[in-house]
Design a protein around this ligand. Structure first.
Ligand SMILES: Cc1cc2nc3c(=O)[nH]c(=O)nc-3n(C[C@H](O)[C@H](O)[C@H](O)COP(=O)(O)OP(=O)(O)OC[C@H]3O[C@@H](n4cnc5c(N)ncnc54)[C@H](O)[C@@H]3O)c2cc1C
Length: 369
């Protein structure tokens, strides 16, 4: 790579960082924080292309969840029970790590529980007989007794999960940025990385015609759904997710976090507002993109669900709508590995990054010198 920077700019940037992390989402910042805590003398830099984390970490639904029985059963059609057991442990421990590291208050954590929601009695009858088996299994895996329980809510059958909760992703990232900066990590915003070379050269694009090359002893790419832009061969596929938030309702019957249809649809309350998202499965190919945007078909579907199934009173409105970009691996297991030379990757959180993001970041920090 040839530098287009001035001699002076290049001169001050030629000192090698011990670690450069590309991407300031939950994974990138956690990797930098845990690496710096272990190696306080080392120089660590985090680069993000935007003025704030712009992928999934501040654009998600804020579910702190270990998974519904329906989701685990669907995963078992593709993966071994052993792998799914490992993932449940990772989600559970990842949430503990997140709460311990940042503090429950700082991330707006609410131990409200999670519900698997069924609008068909037949679907409920397929899943409910598994409750005892899953309770035994989670007791073995996590040492937690009686995790799942069948209940009824607003006339619908639900399976309650007492381990789950909700948090405020904006506050979570704010606190993570604060703690990471405080540890001595340098964070640069508006710093889009064009290319990462196997010897640790990181090319930053500044406007149309100027670029700057930084050097890292180790370079970690933590860009999740955007990973293929830097590593076209990597098996992390982008997936866009849509979220809607309603106006304040006089009464909010849906309190807590809710999963429906194997986790494809999710909803929760934010005070007296309803947040609903997902339904990516009705337009899988269209949503395999790393471009932000609103899919009107999915939006209409979610609106219909709120009116007809959740039955918010007529006249409810959408106050916020946004999309975020996730990264999925074929098995939903994240890729945390050395690519070659100085290059490492931690990506493919597969829609579970609140639960596993900090743990993935810590594993990434441990694999580098
Ligand atoms: C709509 C939606 C709802 C979700 N809901 C939940 C939920 O309720 N619970 C849960 O556990 N998970 C949820 N997730 C998933 C979770 O948010 C992600 O798994 C997690 O945030 C991924 O974190 P990350 O750090 O790997 O990636 P990201 O947060 O996407 O961070 C990647 C960062 O890399 C930066 N970047 C990209 N390319 C470059 C470049 N070339 N140069 C410099 N910087 C770059 C981006 O700006 C971004 O800040 C949801 C995701 C979405 C989209």
């Amino acid at each position: 790579m040839k530098s287009q920077a001035s001699f002076w700019e290049a001169d001050v940037s030629k000192n090698r960082y011990d670690l450069i992390v590309v991407g300031a989402g939950i994974v990138g910042l956690s990797s930098a924080l845990f690496y710096k805590r272990k190696h306080s003398e080392k120089q660590v830099l985090v680069l993000d292309r935007a003025s704030h984390p712009l992928g999934a970490s501040t654009r998600n639904a804020g579910f702190a969840c270990v998974g519904s029985i329906g989701e685990h059963l669907a995963d078992m059609e593709k993966e071994s029970e052993k792998n799914i057991g490992r993932r449940i442990i990772r989600r559970y421990r990842g949430l503990q790590l997140l709460k311990e590291t940042l503090g429950e208050k700082a991330i707006g954590y609410e131990a409200c529980g999670g519900y698997e929601f069924f609008n068909s009695q037949q679907k409920f009858k397929e899943v409910a007989p598994e409750i005892d088996h899953f309770n035994g299994w989670l007791e073995e895996l996590l040492g937690e007794e009686g995790v799942y329980e069948a209940q009824r809510l607003e006339g619908y059958p639900v399976i309650y999960n007492r381990l789950e909760g909700a948090l405020h992703p904006g506050k979570m990232m704010q606190e993570l940025i604060r703690k990471t900066s405080e540890s001595g990590v340098e964070i640069r915003w508006n710093a889009p990385v064009q290319e990462v070379g196997s010897s640790g050269e990181v090319e930053l694009q500044n406007g149309e015609s100027s670029s700057l090359i930084l050097k890292g002893q180790n370079v970690l790419m933590a860009v999740n759904g955007f990973a293929r832009k830097l590593l076209p061969e990597i098996e992390v596929h982008p997936a866009r997710g849509l979220v809607l938030v309603t106006d304040e309702q006089d009464v909010m019957p849906w309190k807590g976090t809710f999963h429906h249809d194997r986790g494809y649809i999710y909803f929760r309350n934010i005070g007296n507002r309803l947040l609903i998202g997902g339904a990516r499965n009705i337009a899988v190919e269209e949503e395999e993109t790393n471009q932000f945007g609103i899919n009107e078909r999915i939006k209409d579907y979610l609106i219909g669900f709120v009116s007809n199934v959740l039955r918010l009173p007529p006249g409810w409105q959408i106050d916020y709508e946004w999309s975020g970009i996730m990264g999925f691996t074929p098995t939903k297991t994240p890729i945390v590995e050395r690519v070659d030379g100085c290059r490492y990757i931690a990506a493919g959180l597969s829609g579970m990054g609140i639960a596993i993001g900090m743990d993935v970041g810590r594993s990434a920090a441990e694999m580098m010198d």
